[in-house]
Design a protein around this ligand. Structure first.
Ligand SMILES: [Fe+2]
Length: 369
């Protein structure tokens, strides 16, 4: 979709979008994430949540404490599917014990974000140690075995379209991270206890096929190439920020495929120009869904939560949440301090509508518990 230089306006508005809008109740409507055609609209009143919703479409919020399903106790032994479309599957994983099998995703690349816990992702290329805040990428068709050393909670994204590291080409090759910081598996002979047989699960969508071997099929003595699993620690992400402008979160895109973006929200200092800092923004993303695994919210509130913001639906803090944030901002300004953005989350933004599963809707229904 092409942007146009023919831009029109009517009524009250600001010349520079997102700057000096304090009392104007700005809402950002944009196509294709934040980089397609966009309009800023100015409401008379502050945003409020709907009084009542009839029908399935709504902003969905859930607490991670309501996700109790251990992978090892499920029928498949795999993570629990939460939201999906024909191209992207988003699951939650809670695993305490090592997978008793090896796993190969036949259909899709896998991206795992570790929210808590630690352990080893033993890939056939070699082990990748992981801890909270790590992204683990496993290309389609490469086998692995997750072996937690402490109970591990993770977001698991499967994408039929290949996942790649997002390029921000105008910013040079070393932002938002240098490829030198990636953890790459070193070949290692796994000294796991002998077993009568080894099971390799081949996963196609929901369908599983098991191949059994007398000897462990992870027997590599070497590898080379540009197709391999790796680890990225969120601590190594060096976000682009601005002193004078709140920049769009798609600037913090870390991974992408033709069917979704993965945006890493990391704590950072706010915009120095208070007239230009208008986060959190009221907006509607016309062409992207947002599925957010959250660690902490604004104003430093720890809140492990899992949200779904459907495309085209206005969001950003509404009602009391907005009031709370405004009070926090005024307090920081009155004290002469600098606003810190403490929102800490990973957002998976599929380009096509995702459907929630009963497992996710059950978590949503318990939000007020
Ligand atoms: Fe959004």
């Amino acid at each position: 979709m092409k942007n146009s230089w023919i831009q029109k306006a009517s009524g009250e508005y600001v010349r520079q979008a997102r700057v000096g809008v304090r009392e104007m109740n700005e809402e950002h409507i944009s196509r294709e994430g934040f980089f397609g055609p966009a309009s800023m609209i100015y409401h008379r009143d502050a945003a409020v949540a709907p009084k009542r919703v009839e029908g399935a479409l709504s902003l969905r919020m859930a607490k991670m404490e309501h996700f109790n399903q251990l992978d090892e106790n499920s029928d498949s032994g795999l993570p629990t599917l939460m939201l999906h479309n024909t191209e992207v599957r988003i699951s939650l994983s809670r695993r305490a014990a090592a997978m008793p099998f090896l796993l190969r995703n036949i259909d899709a690349d896998t991206l795992i974000y570790v929210q808590s816990g630690s352990g080893t992702l033993a890939t056939e290329f070699g082990p990748l140690e992981y801890t909270a805040g790590d992204y683990l990428y496993v290309p389609k068709s490469i086998s692995y075995r997750q072996m937690p050393s402490s109970e591990t909670v993770a977001l698991v994204v499967e994408s039929i379209a290949p996942i790649s590291i997002a390029e921000h080409t105008m910013l040079g090759r070393h932002t938002p991270f240098d490829s030198g910081v990636l953890g790459v598996p070193e070949v290692q002979a796994y000294d796991w206890p002998e077993q009568d047989e080894w099971e390799l699960k081949l996963k196609q969508g929901d369908e599983l096929t098991s191949w059994f071997f007398d000897d462990l099929p992870f027997d590599l003595i070497g590898w080379k190439g540009d197709l391999f699993p790796f680890r990225l620690s969120e601590k190594d992400i060096r976000h682009v920020n601005s002193e004078r402008m709140h920049i769009a979160p798609t600037s913090w895109c870390i991974f992408e495929s033709s069917s979704f973006l993965c945006v890493a929200f990391r704590p950072m200092s706010g915009v120095g120009d208070v007239e230009a800092e208008e986060l959190p923004s009221r907006h509607r993303n016309v062409d992207t869904e947002e599925v957010l695994m959250i660690r902490s919210l604004f104003a430093g509130i720890e809140a492990p939560e899992f949200w779904h913001m459907p495309q085209g639906v206005t969001h950003g803090p509404l009602g009391e949440h907005r009031d709370f944030f405004e009070a926090y901002r005024k307090q920081v300004e009155a004290e002469g301090g600098k606003l810190e953005r403490t929102f800490d989350a990973v957002s998976i933004d599929p380009f096509r509508r995702v459907t929630p599963t009963p497992a996710y809707l059950a978590m949503v229904s318990r939000y007020q518990d």
